[in-house]
Design a binder for this molecule. Structure first.
Ligand code: CTP
Ligand code: MG
Length: 228
């Protein structure tokens, strides 16, 4: 069973508002991209790592001077939407790859332990994602008014990695493309195929660095040595 990880780093990071694309922003002396690469490199089940970066970021990537790695391939260019970046990464993988984990470079605090757990669940069930139980009550809101309050115990915040059989993810992306559907994560595309996706509880600290305050929180956890 050969598993590849797509590291999605082709976003601009508009909400972070840094002059550099988000994946190249530094956190505790290392870029978000390097932190994510490092966590995934450490997982035995991961055989191939495919970075997906912005079309204009190849020089910046080369400038990182990453140490040689047997797992890591040369980066490929992503697309306008996250989903396009997933498709680009998937298309670049060697034909021997049977399983694909999709990971946001911006979720750079993920632990190798949690990555291993979600991969194991996917091997058992065909598809799995890391997620954290919702802390807040979630409201569905339309035009400024609540239309539904789902049972909080059934609400989870989706994280990455999300792991799928390669064929399944390829089919799900193709269906979304032909139907012009844009999802907010990869599992959603697979769910639309009527395929069950297993949920593995991940750490609440596996946050997606999105806003400047997320960087500050992450810096604090790293300084405290509080990231496993
Ligand atoms: N991503 C990508 N290709 C895109 C958009 C996003 O590879 N066209 C990646 C980002 O680099 C990030 C992950 O998907 O690692 C999650 O996306 P998000 O947190 O939204 O990052 P950005 O799109 O970069 O941020 P923003 O939405 O604030 O611009
Ligand atoms: Mg985005």
């Amino acid at each position: 069973m050969t598993l590849a990880v797509l590291i999605l780093a082709a976003g601009r990071g508009e909400r972070l508002g840094h002059r550099l694309p988000k994946a190249f922003v530094t956190l505790g002396g290392q870029t978000l991209l390097e932190r994510s690469l490092c966590a995934l490199e450490a997982v035995d089940e991961v055989a191939v790592i495919q970075p997906v970066i912005g079309a204009h970021d190849f020089a910046t990537y080369a400038g990182l001077g990453l140490a040689a790695s047997e797992k890591r391939r040369d980066p490929v260019a992503g697309g306008a939407e996250r989903q396009d970046s997933v498709a680009a990464g998937l298309a670049a993988l060697p034909s021997t790859v049977e399983w694909v984990a999709v990971h946001d470079a911006a979720r750079c605090l993920v632990t190798a332990l949690d990555v291993g757990r979600v991969i194991e669940a996917a091997y058992r069930e065909g598809a799995a994602l890391l997620a954290a139980p919702a802390r807040d009550t979630i409201k569905r809101v339309v035009d400024g008014h609540v239309v539904h309050t789902p049972n909080r115990s059934e609400c989870w915040a989706a994280q990455t990695p999300q792991v799928f059989r390669r064929e399944l993810l390829t089919e799900a992306l193709e269906k979304a493309r032909t139907e012009a559907f844009i999802g907010t994560d990869d599992a959603q595309l697979v769910e639309r195929m009527g395929v069950p996706v297993a949920v593995v509880e991940g750490s609440a600290r596996n946050i997606k660095i999105t806003l400047p305050e997320d960087l500050l929180a992450a810096e604090g956890w790293i300084a405290e040595g509080d990231i496993a």
